[in-house]
Design a protein around this ligand. Sequence first.
Ligand code: UGB
Length: 598
Amino acid sequence: KLQRNLGILDADQIELAKGLLNEGQSHLFAHWPGPGVDDEKKTSFFNQVLRLNAHYPGGLTAYIRNARHLLVDSRSGKNPYEGFIPSVPSGENLRFGDDNFIMLEEVGVKEARKAAFVLVAGGLGERLGYKGIKVALSSDTITGASFLQHYIECILALQEASLELSNGGTIAIPLVIMTSDDTHMPTLNLLKSNSYFGMRPGQVRLLKQEKVACLDDNEARIALEPFDRYKIQTKPHGHGDVHALLYNSGLLKIWCDAGLRWVLFFQDTNGLLFKVIPASLGVSATKGYHVNSLAVPRKAKEAIGGITKLTHIDGRAMVINVEYNQLDPLLRATGHADGDANCETGYSPFPGNINQLILEIGPYMEELSKTHGAIAEFVNPKYKDSTKTAFKSATRLECMMQDYPKTLAPEARVGFTVVDSWFAYAPVKNNPEDAAKVPKGNPYHSATSGEMAIYRANSLILRKAGVQVGGPETAVFNGQEVDVWPRVAWKPKWAVTFSDVKKKVKQGCSISQRSTLVINGKNIYLEGLSLDGTLLINSNNEAEVKAIGSVQNKGWVLKPIDYKDSSFPEESRIRGFVIEKIEQLKMNYNEPGEFSLQ
Ligand code: UGB
């Protein structure tokens, strides 16, 4: 019957169909009526099969075979770290603003001219309870800049700073964004409708990851959509796809030929990340790391992976991320009765992976030429019961970008850099209800905490630079208790490094807790500023402006709202507050000079 039906297919497709039959996938065709019936649907089905086949290294046959192995291991409860003993690795520790940090920032800014950035943004904010793409969310409400705008402005500011340190020439730091079917068009539209936020269109490249086939059972039988038997169910394969996509795009070779040395991978919603990029790039350059992952102190059970040294009984050793759901069982299985627990510092002894990876392009390309970007996969089926014979819903193979070092030879220089969370990590991942349930003392990773972390970091940085900054005060938004610092934000072009901040705030500045300050302009210098209210300073890039004096007004106030109140936009509801703009002083400077704010 199938042979007759396959008359609508060409020779390659027939081969592929035979391959699927040999892999136990006859159910895909079992319901097909005779020739001449549903031919269009059959063709469309096969087009999907071809796509799925083309986007997996080794094709669908390899996918099914890999899945079968992993499903057997999962069913038997095989420990993926069999034979490995975990221990706490030692890495580079950075303290914001000390001499070492400042030195590394300078090295990093110089190196930035040889860097390319890769943003993985294929995930939808399902956990966050937000329908749009996460990179379109504002990273803070007072500037209203989206994460994507903020990231691009940070890269452009770094580009300019790096250019200033080099002997002229031009630089256009490349940005790649990995999208998926869920995020591709909205990301492209966001870029186009905002003139690429100042980047040249050719400087940004979108690479779309494809989903993979879902599997119905332990035999890895491919799952069809329940309401459309001519369509295969698909799900995302994970952020690990980024390596194969980069490899296949040919971009690495182009970058290497252009003299670039570093590829920096980062995630969609971390508004603090670029505060640590220059120094961590400085670490990669000074230590000669082929792989440098950034990490923060991690609270036990926090939903971020732990950087772990794994030593095999046969002597092999590697430093790798152990994902948050695997760390506890691994520790328990290797003699740590408390599993994933805090130590005397109040934190897990294993640094938390923030999935910010800096790879040196040469060794990276060499490795990918062997693996073609394939990354170790895993499967995580939700079983119906303890017999593990049936799944609650179809599953699929997944892979993670931080598993890249797993295939590296022992001599590869793999390091990591630990930084304090307050200036490096504040992701926006959890919806208000889940965030409110986070154990006390653990980070919420919500839209509320993400924004508050930006104000705290900026306030603390100004404090370190000598500004007298008031606060914080405690407030509760969406059931989450947070510290509210003065709402301070600056455009990346104002300061790329801590040295820039120190240069631009002169003596005798103070900012009260209830204040809001937005600095938008490269050459704005604050001197003797006493702020108690809201001040917005804009200057065009070239004008060197010195703002002096006191500002007092009613300012902007954070007004709590209920996230269930649908009269507010979703973007505000997930934060749990809106800003009431009562009074502000807005200064726009187009000419250089000294200006009194009174
Ligand atoms: N992403 C994609 O681009 N494609 C995909 O198919 C899936 C995701 P999540 P996760 O730093 O906080 C990771 O869902 O996977 C993008 C690390 O594994 O936000 O639960 C997506 O758009 C974990 O070790 O995170 O956890 C987003 O930008 C820990 O480091 C990014 O991938 C944790 O991040 C991450 O996706 C963390």
